[in-house]
Design a binder for this molecule. Structure first.
Ligand SMILES: NCCC[C@H](NC(=O)CCC(=O)O)C(=O)O
Length: 445
């Protein structure tokens, strides 16, 4: 076994972070529609989370925000003229369309891609597939730039394999690592990758949610597992419980999180819980599965969704696991009670820490949504582009950069301001310099 670490790559919140209510099925996104956002605070909250974890010794990376508003998408939809004219016209024709091309949603990097560590894959390389995010138009325009960023960071083909996103249609809807978790003994040991899907695309008889969309299909999950070269002993497919989706659980990471040999989940997470657990148990080697199950009596599903209890990061510490939860967990009585008992229970989770990511939470993105996990062995860590790894110096530079370029309030009407687009491009051009990424944005190519 090679020594490996779990690196977390957080999405740096972009300068157009706003509340447009774009995600039907995501309760927070809908309930904060038209609220005035604070992009500067959002980015600083994200950086503070990264810094705290880096200070604790975790390998912490940064993924850059995307260019928004994305004028190129508007041009592909027939808007013409200067960039300012395009923005003016789209505002007149369809303010909703302007909102969709302005979202800073690339911050939720748990949706950026699915990543399979080299200990699991047939060719022993780390495999990446950017998620097509085809369920929502505003997110479906992310994968090309996400792919460029990942290739720029993990460029050595001897260690890293990159696949294009799956076909962008509902039947292959793929939401990336938000529906993927890995159970293992040590990070460098062969593991079991759990792919959770909301619906089968090619089987109309199969169970499906009735109210809200299922964003991930079985067919997409199977395709990713094939592309990544995961044999049967490294993969398990599980259907999300349709009533959970209808209660606002639009990704599995709103109702379950795994780390090492531990799966922390709500009793409503899976359609066939017993089979999921036995499929994992029969494949996991070197360790026994620790299933930490939260019952609906302890935490009703509505409270799990309101608090984002499960959208937490579950991290190894020298003595047990740390659950890094959003501040909202302290505001929901059942969850507060549950967490107090959890750390006293003698189970694998021995500490809880609270992180304030409220700006992101109002759009339905908690601590876990904001990060993409990449397990890397020592050789792979040495081979990647290290300019995106958070050091004290990079943290300082990024904080100064945010303070120089970000607005402290943004409303829907501000999105058409041509000055905003100029500000964004200037900021991002500087950022690719700070991170040493070369040209990744359309306006740089
Ligand atoms: N993993 C968390 C993703 C949250 C994201 N929210 C949004 O896109 C809301 C954007 C808005 O409503 O302005 C989503 O639903 O995909």
């Amino acid at each position: 076994m090679k020594h490996a670490v779990e690196a977390n790559f957080d999405g740096l919140v972009g300068p157009t972070h706003n509340y447009a209510g774009l995600s039907w099925g995501n309760v927070a996104s809908r309930s904060n529609v038209d609220a005035v956002s604070n992009p500067r605070e959002a980015a600083l909250q994200g950086l503070a989370k990264m810094k705290r974890l880096a200070d604790r010794g975790y390998v912490q990376g940064v993924l850059p925000p995307h260019e928004r508003p994305h004028v190129q998408t508007l041009r592909a939809l027939g808007f013409e003229g200067t960039d300012a004219a395009v923005l003016e016209n789209v505002l007149k024709t369809s303010p909703s369309l302007l909102a969709t091309v302005s979202s800073a949603s690339a911050m939720w990097t748990a949706n950026a891609a699915t990543v399979s560590p080299s200990a699991d894959t047939a060719d022993h390389r780390v495999h990446f597939t950017p998620a097509n995010l085809s369920a929502k138009f505003h997110r479906s325009i992310e994968h090309r730039v996400t792919g460029r960023s990942l290739k720029a960071i993990f460029s050595d083909e001897g260690y890293f394999a990159h696949h294009p996103a799956l076909p962008s249609v509902a039947q292959f809807g793929d939401e990336g690592a938000a529906n993927h978790t890995r159970l293992c003994n040590g990070y460098g040991d062969p593991g079991v990758e759990l792919f959770v899907y909301g619906q089968e695309a090619f089987n109309e008889q199969a169970p499906a949610p009735g109210k809200y969309p299922a964003r991930q299909t079985l067919e997409a999950s199977q395709a990713i597992a094939r592309l990544h070269g995961l044999s049967d002993r490294h993969r398990v497919f599980a259907q999300q419980n349709p009533p959970a989706i209808d209660a606002g659980v639009f990704h599995n990471d709103v109702i379950a999180v795994g780390n090492g040999n531990t799966l922390f989940y709500h009793d409503m997470a899976f359609l066939d819980e017993a089979r999921v657990l036995s499929d994992i148990r029969s494949r996991l080697t070197g360790a026994e599965l620790e299933a930490v199950r939260v019952s609906s009596e302890e935490v009703p599903i509505e409270d799990a969704v309101a608090s984002y209890l499960f959208n937490s990061q579950l991290l190894n510490t020298p003595d047990g696991m740390l659950l890094a939860v959003p501040g909202e967990c302290r505001e929901v009585a059942s969850v507060r009670r549950y967490l107090d008992e959890l750390v006293r229970s003698g189970g694998p989770i021995t500490s809880v820490e609270v992180f304030d990511v409220k700006q992101s939470m109002r759009n339905g993105g908690g601590p876990a949504c904001l990060r993409l996990r990449v397990v890397l062995n020592d050789d792979e860590l040495a081979a990647m582009h290290r300019g995106v790894l958070l050091t004290d110096e990079l943290y300082e530079r990024l904080t100064i950069w945010v303070e120089a370029h970000y607005r402290d309030q943004l409303s829907q009407a501000d999105l058409a301001d041509p000055m905003l687009l100029d500000e964004v491009r200037k900021a991002l051009d500087e950022l690719t310099g700070i991170l040493g990424l070369g040209s990744i944005y359309d306006f740089q190519l």
